[in-house]
Ligand binder design. Structure first.
Ligand code: NAD
Length: 454
C-alpha cells in the first residue's frame, strides 16, 4: 500500500508518495526511540534546550519554503501558511526554555531531618498522532513539550500532510537531533493504532470518532492519553455589538482556510434585534471572502459531503443566504456558505462538517443564546460579540466551552496557554502552554533521609 498526498488546489499535482510502513515498522521505531530516551534525558537540560532552539532557528531559516509546502500540500492560503510557520518556530522557541523549568517542589518531612520532594519525570516514548490541518504547528506543539521534558517522540502525521511532517523531521535532524529521538513515521489507521499499542504516552488530535477509539485503546493498556477532537463552535452576537466588525470576525472564522480549523465557527447565534443587521452584514462579509482567505477543502470526499449537506438542509426547509455551490474551476473549492432555518436535528446543525459553512440561528435573549450554544457535545471554542461588560462576563461564566473569546473570532489559539475543549471535544489533560509539560511527565514523590545520625 502507498500513502499519497495531493495538492487540493490542483488535484493532478501529487505532492508525495511513500510506501506505507506497516505496524511492525511502528513497533521497531518505538523500540529504537525507547533505547534513545535515556541518552536524550541524560544529556541534560542544556542540551535539550539548545536542540529545541536550533529547530526553531531551522524553521525560521526555511520559512518561505515551508509556507509554500503547506500551501501546496494542504491548500492553506499563503498568509495563513506563513502565520503557521512563524507560530511553529515560536512554539519550538517557547519550549526550548522548558527544560530549565522547575520539575517539582521541596517539602518538609513530617518526622525530622531529610527532604521530601515531588518530581516530574518523562514517560519514555511519546506516540503522537496528528491531523492534516495544521501540518507543522500541531506536530510541533505536541513534539516540542514532549522532547523538552525528556521523552523521545514517534510522530504519525495524517496521510494528507505527509510531506510537511517529513520535512519537519529533516529539519530536526539538521538541527542535530538523532533520528531515534524524533521519528516521523508516515501512515494511516494501521500505523496509528500500532503506535497507540506501543507508546508510553499518547497524544491525539483529529476527528471525534477516531479519537474515541484511540482513547479506548490507550486506556485499555493503562497508557496516559489526551485527545483533542472536533468542534461545533458558536458565535453569539448581542444587539449592542459593532455588527460590521462582528460579521468580519465571524466571516473569517467561518471561511478562513475553508473552515478547516477545529475552532472554526459553524453556528452563529444572533440575539434579538441583532438578527436582521447581522444577516445582512454576514452575507456582505462572506461575499468579500476570496482565495487569499478561503482556499480549497482537503479532498473530493470532503467537498461532496459539504455540498450534499447543503442540498439536504435546503430540502429539509433551510434557506440559503449565501454560497452553497461548487465553483467552476479545478481544485476542491466550495463557496463560503450561510444558511438559516436549518431544522434543529439536521446534521448541519448537530455535527462538525469541517468546511466553510455556517448556520445562522435566532435567540430571543442572552439566556436562550447560551442555552443554544451549550446544546452540543463538541464544545471547543465560542466567541461572544458585544460592547456590554455584563453580557461578556455572563457568557464567560456560563458558556460550556474550552475557549471563550470576546470580540474575537472563535478561530484563534495562543500556544502559550492551555488549549482544549469541554464535554466530547476533549479527553484528558490540556495541550500547549505549561499544561503540556505536565501531560508528558508523571509525578514521583521522593523521600531523602539521612543515612545515619546527623
Ligand atoms: P482524522 O481523525 O481522520 O485523523 C487524525 C489522525 O488519526 C490521522 O493521523 C489519521 O491517520 C489517524 N488515524 C486514523 N485512524 C486511526 C486509528 N484507528 N487509530 C489511530 N490513528 C488513526 O482527522 P483529520 O481528518 O486528519 O483531521 C480533521 C479533524 O481533526 C477534525 O475533526 C478537526 O476538528 C480535528 N482537529 C481538532 C483539533 C483540536 O485541537 N481539537 C485541532 C485540529 C483538528
Amino acid at each position: 500500500m502507498t500513502i499519497t498526498s495531493y495538492n487540493p488546489a490542483d488535484p493532478d499535482d501529487l505532492v508525495v508518495s511513500v510506501e506505507e510502513p506497516g505496524a511492525e515498522a511502528v513497533r521497531s521505531a518505538v523500540l529504537r526511540a525507547r533505547a534513545a530516551q535515556r541518552g536524550w534525558l541524560g544529556a541534560g537540560a542544556g542540551a535539550r534546550s539548545a536542540a529545541l532552539g536550533r529547530i526553531a532557528d531551522a524553521v525560521d531559516a526555511h520559512a518561505g519554503e515551508l509556507a509554500a509546502l503547506i500551501v501546496r500540500e494542504v491548500g492553506k492560503p499563503l498568509a495563513e501558511a506563513r502565520g503557521e510557520v512563524a507560530r511553529t518556530a515560536a512554539i519550538w522557541r517557547y519550549y526550548a526554555q522548558a527544560p530549565y523549568a522547575a520539575g517539582g517542589e521541596v517539602h518538609e518531612t513530617a518526622g525530622g531531618p531529610g527532604l521530601l520532594l515531588t518530581r516530574r519525570r518523562p514517560y519514555g516514548v511519546a506516540g503522537l498522532i496528528a491531523p492534516w490541518n495544521f501540518p507543522l504547528a500541531i506536530p510541533s506543539w505536541k513534539a516540542a513539550p514532549a522532547l523538552a521534558v525528556g521523552n523521545t517522540v514517534v510522530l504519525k502525521p495524517a496521510p494528507e500532510a505527509t510531506a510537511c511532517a517529513l520535512r519537519l523531521a529533516e529539519l530536526a535532524v539538521s538541527a542535530g537531533l538523532r533520528e531515534d529521538v524524533f521519528t516521523v513515521l508516515p501512515g494511516g489507521a494501521e500505523e496509528g493504532a500500532a503506535l497507540v499499542e506501543a507508546a508510553d504516552v499518547v497524544s491525539f488530535t483529529g476527528s471525534t470518532g477516531v479519537g474515541r477509539a484511540v482513547v479506548r485503546a490507550a486506556t485499555e493498556r493503562g497508557t496516559p492519553v489526551q485527545a483533542e477532537l472536533g468542534g461545533l463552535n458558536a458565535a453569539l452576537v448581542l444587539p449592542d455589538a459593532d455588527i460590521a466588525l462582528a460579521a468580519e470576525h465571524i466571516a473569517a472564522a467561518v471561511a478562513g482556510y475553508a473552515g478547516q480549523k477545529c475552532t472554526a465557527t459553524s453556528r452563529i447565534i444572533a440575539v434579538g434585534a441583532a438578527y436582521g443587521p447581522l444577516k445582512e452584514a454576514l452575507v456582505k462579509a462572506l461575499a468579500a471572502v476570496d482565495d487569499s482567505v478561503c482556499g480549497p477543502v482537503i479532498n473530493a470526499g470532503a467537498r461532496e459531503r459539504l455540498v450534499g449537506a447543503v442540498v439536504s438542509a435546503v430540502e429539509a426547509g433551510a434557506t440559503l443566504l449565501h454560497g452553497g455551490a461548487v465553483p467552476e474551476r479545478p481544485g476542491w473549492y466550495v463557496e463560503p456558505t450561510l444558511l438559516t432555518d436549518v431544522p434543529a436535528e439536521h446534521p448541519l446543525a448537530r455535527e462538525e462538517f469541517f468546511g466553510p459553512i455556517a448556520v445562522l440561528h435566532a435567540a430571543a435573549d442572552l439566556d436562550e443564546a447560551i442555552e443554544l450554544a451549550n446544546d452540543t457535545p463538541h464544545s471547543l471554542a465560542t466567541s461572544v460579540h458585544t460592547r456590554g461588560l455584563d453580557a461578556a462576563l455572563a457568557a464567560a461564566d456560563r458558556l460550556d466551552a474550552g475557549m471563550i473569546r470576546v470580540n474575537a473570532p472563535s478561530s484563534g489559539v495562543d500556544f502559550h496557554l492551555p488549549f482544549g475543549g469541554t464535554k466530547g471535544a476533549s479527553h484528558g489533560d490540556r495541550e500547549q502552554g505549561r499544561a503540556a509539560l505536565d501531560f508528558y511527565t508523571v509525578g514521583r514523590t521522593v523521600s531523602v533521609l539521612p543515612g545515619g545520625s546527623l
